[in-house]
Design a protein around this ligand. Structure first.
Ligand code: BGC
Length: 786
């Protein structure tokens, strides 16, 4: 499953560079690997003055044009400076957000043309596809827009672990599980980078809340960092070798991530062989002493500016910053910059195929949605049924979250439109909702970097007899519930945020009572940026479709699933708990105010490795909907599960476990099924979660009655646990159980077993790296894992 592959580099880049970077290249343009670019970068760096090198390490500053920009793109987030002198002509490089589509300005001064990028489904939705092929396909189209709109590096994918459902940026991220998140991120990186542009995996690492995000100090054990938070990044790096990585705002165990040498040099360079560039998040870390970032291995400071440049220069002159370190970072930056379209003097067309991309965005969204409930087969809605649509969110549909993960789009297909395109929709009701929204909408203010206006609106009220009339006149009700949130703040365990508001609950209850009294069914569509409470109301409705934020084609994609034109095959990439208080980090999120200034400053990761389903399954907490769960309009049978090969005992760290299962479509309609492999490992010296996801695979579209054999491979490093006392990744001896299961609920799944004869040391790691702060005893704050 995990393959190391060399990057393919464009010969054109090299050819163009030889014409622009005068006298800086050797004549060998034939080789095509990273070390070639590094060699060229080394030769370039020798020709730079110390000041020029430092200019490379610092972006140009907010709103300040970079050195030697060739063709600027309005709305990019930052730049890598170019160099222009008598001998060299190195162009500036453009960096733009973000995770759900390219964030650039749609208009430019004195230019009648518009530059609208496609809004793709948010990360949490794409991950719910459990389909790296689909994500890579999205990545290819996404990367094509990056290139054709003139950008060099995408500041995405975001891939932090969804530790707590209230993190405002969860929508940008993939999963509570590092294997799923890492593999999906790698697919996105591969897709985007196949266009010859870079990706920037972010935010490294443990950037799991937004409250006081620039200073929050996450206190966590090296084991939880290694097994949960670092692991997804390691998988993405190992599988896809992204061009860049962005460090996070937060501190870990007392030190900003962008100033941690153990993290940025010992771990990612020495242990993982990451060969891309590392950049800071925007205005992150100790900006009084920016040299600490460079010394730690954070090569590029963004957005940079004159003050940072002067500070680095002073640090160099007074000896705090060594020339060696400056050279190393300058070489890493140039190694990647050399591969960009800007260095290739590529002329962007500014006309990607937006029609094809809109169609792909719609399909990817529909294929990824998760059907949580479908009692009495309320779904799919047939062509003969008439639909009454309730909920202000049918008009006020959200394509994605706010902040740097937002995208400027030309238009959004709202849910009312999508339903009207596909069904006999009660148009009077839809028109009333549209009017009510126009009259009562409230703009969401203060959102971090909103690109487009966003609104909220209370629900209109209906009398019982109005509800009864709608129930009499229509066959089925669809209620849309929406949530808009994003960067800069966390959500709250309150009504209108994580919990449904009173007017939403009243609406659900009113519709359900009236429709059920007339033997008619009710479906809820969740157009939300993250997990919301379902326990208070799920019993009152027949169907629940989790659409998350589906991108610009939201309404049509939702109608595709409600109608059965697309059979849902998404599965949860995060657990839906019964109550927020069940979440293992609920008592500590988003931190403790230890200095009494009114803002949390320390966040204890008390749950250790027991994040998400690892906690619920180990400590027997029932959940509303388990990790990995999702229904289909057909049914699937799993047969002949087996372990086909175990080379761990013979090959140790190079070995793996191979498994297979036959998945049969036992229902009546065509569908796809994701099968998940959970391992239950023996407890020898280390405690272990009851089960952990170690592999997954998805079938092709299986027609009724047909079957497919799915194959899985779990390499040693994915099976291993982290032994902090010996700084080692190890596989402990004993009997292991493998559950090939449709979800993390393995209750009815018979395990396949295999045995590890003796302890396998998979790898040694840097002694003492990421240690807890002096004086913090792990036992003093870990409450759930021991
Ligand atoms: C965000 C990053 C983003 C950067 C540039 C920061 O505030 O945390 O995710 O890439 O801004 O817009």
């Amino acid at each position: 499953m995990i393959i190391n592959k060399p990057r393919l580099l464009s010969i054109a880049v090299i050819a163009a560079l030889s014409a622009t970077a005068v006298g800086c290249l050797d004549s060998d343009h034939s080789s095509d690997d990273q070390s070639d670019y590094m060699e060229r970068a080394q030769k370039l760096v020798v020709q730079l003055t110390d000041q020029e090198k430092i200019r490379l390490l610092v972006g140009s500053g907010w709103g300040t044009p970079p050195i030697n920009i060739k063709t600027d793109v309005a709305g990019v987030a930052g730049y890598i400076n170019g160099i222009k002198n008598d001998d060299l002509d190195l162009p500036a490089v453009k960096l733009a957000d973000g995770p759900a589509g390219l964030r650039i300005s749609p208009t430019r001064e004195n230019d009648p043309q518009t530059y609208y990028a496609t809004a793709w489904p948010i990360g949490s939705l794409l991950a719910s596809s459990w389909d790296p092929k689909l994500v890579e396909e999205v990545g290819k189209a996404f990367g094509n827009e990056v290139k054709e709109f003139g950008v060099d590096f995408l500041l995405a994918p975001g891939m932090n672990i969804q530790r707590n459902p209230l993190n405002g940026r969860n929508f940008e991220y993939y999963s509570e599980d590092p294997v799923l998140g890492g593999i999906i991120a790698a697919a996105m990186v591969d897709g985007v980078e196949s266009n010859g542009v870079g990706t920037t995996i972010k935010h490294f690492v443990a950037n799991n809340s937004e409250t006081n995000r620039r200073n929050i100090d996450g206190i966590m054990t090296p084991r939880s960092l290694r097994e949960i938070y670092l692991r997804s990044f390691h998988i993405a790096i190992k599988n896809a070798q992204p061009w860049a990585l962005m460090t996070s705002y937060n501190k870990i165990n007392g030190t900003y991530t962008n100033a941690r040498r153990d993290l940025l040099t010992s771990i990612i360079r020495d242990e993982w062989s990451f060969d891309g560039l590392v950049m800071s998040d925007w205005m992150a870390g100790d900006l009084e002493n920016p040299y600490t970032q460079i010394e730690a291995g954070n090569d590029l400071i963004e957005p940079g500016g004159e003050n940072i440049y002067n500070s680095l220069l002073a640090s160099y002159e007074n000896g705090d910053l060594s020339l060696d370190t400056i050279n190393t970072s300058a070489i890493r930056i140039l190694t990647e910059a050399l591969q960009t379209p800007s260095y290739d003097l590529y002329t962007p067309t500014n006309t990607p195929d937006s029609t094809a991309h809109a169609a792909l965005s719609r399909r990817a969204a529909a294929e990824s949605m998760v059907l949580l409930k479908n009692e009495g087969a309320v779904l799919p809605i047939t062509d003969a049924q008439s639909v009454a649509a309730f909920g202000i969110n049918q008009i006020n549909t959200y394509k994605g979250g706010t902040g740097s993960g937002d995208v400027n789009v030309e238009s959004i297909v709202n849910i009312a439109t999508g339903l009207a395109d596909r069904f006999a929709l009660n148009s009077e009701l839809a028109d009333d909702y549209a009017q009510f929204f126009e009259d009562n909408k409230v703009e969401v203010s203060g959102g971090f970097g909103n690109q487009m206006p966003y609104y909220t609106c209370d629900e209109p009220t209906f009398t019982t007899s109005e509800f009864n009339d709608y129930a009499a006149a229509n066959d089925v009700a669809v209620i849309s519930i929406g949530r808009i949130d994003g960067e800069g703040s966390d959500r709250l365990n309150e009504r209108g945020s994580y919990l449904l508001s009173n007017d939403e609950l009243t609406l659900i209850q009113g519709v359900a009572t009236a429709f059920h009294a007339q033997d008619k069914k009710v479906v809820v569509v969740l157009n939300v940026n993250g997990v919301v409470d379902t326990s208070e109301w799920s019993n009152e409705v027949d169907g629940i479709l989790l659409a998350y934020m589906p991108g610009q084609e939201a309404g049509d994609a939702i109608a595709d699933v409600l109608s059965g034109d697309i059979n849902p095959s998404g599965k949860l990439a995060q657990t839906f708990p019964i109550n927020y208080s069940d979440v293992p980090s609920s008592a500590t999120f988003p931190g403790t105010d230890t200095d009494s200034d009114g803002t949390p400053d320390i966040e204890y990761y008390n749950e250790g490795i027991y994040v998400g389903y690892r906690y619920y399954t180990t400590f027997n907490h029932p959940v509303a909907y388990p990790f990995g769960f999702g229904l289909s309009y057909t049914t699937f049978g799993y047969s002949a599960p087996q372990i086909t090969k175990n080379t761990l005992n013979s090959d140790g760290a190079e070995g793996s476990i191979k498994l297979s299962v036959v998945v049969t479509n036992t229902g009546n309609v065509t569908g796809k099924e994701a099968a998940e492999v959970y391992i239950s490992a023996p407890q020898v010296e280390l405690d272990k979660p009851a089960i952990e996801l170690k592999a997954f695979a998805k079938t092709n579209a299986l027609t009724a009655g047909s079957q497919q054999t799915l194959k899985f491979e779990i390499p040693a490093d994915i099976l291993a646990s982290f032994d902090a006392s010996n700084n080692q990744w190890i596989i402990e001896p004993g009997e292991y159980s493998a559950y090939i299961s449709p979800s993390s609920d393995i209750t009815n799944v018979a395990p396949q077993t295999f045995t590890i004869n003796s302890k396998i040391i998979v790898s040694n790691t840097t002694p003492g790296a990421l240690a807890l702060p002096e004086g913090v005893d792990p036992a003093s704050f870990i409450t759930v894992s021991q």
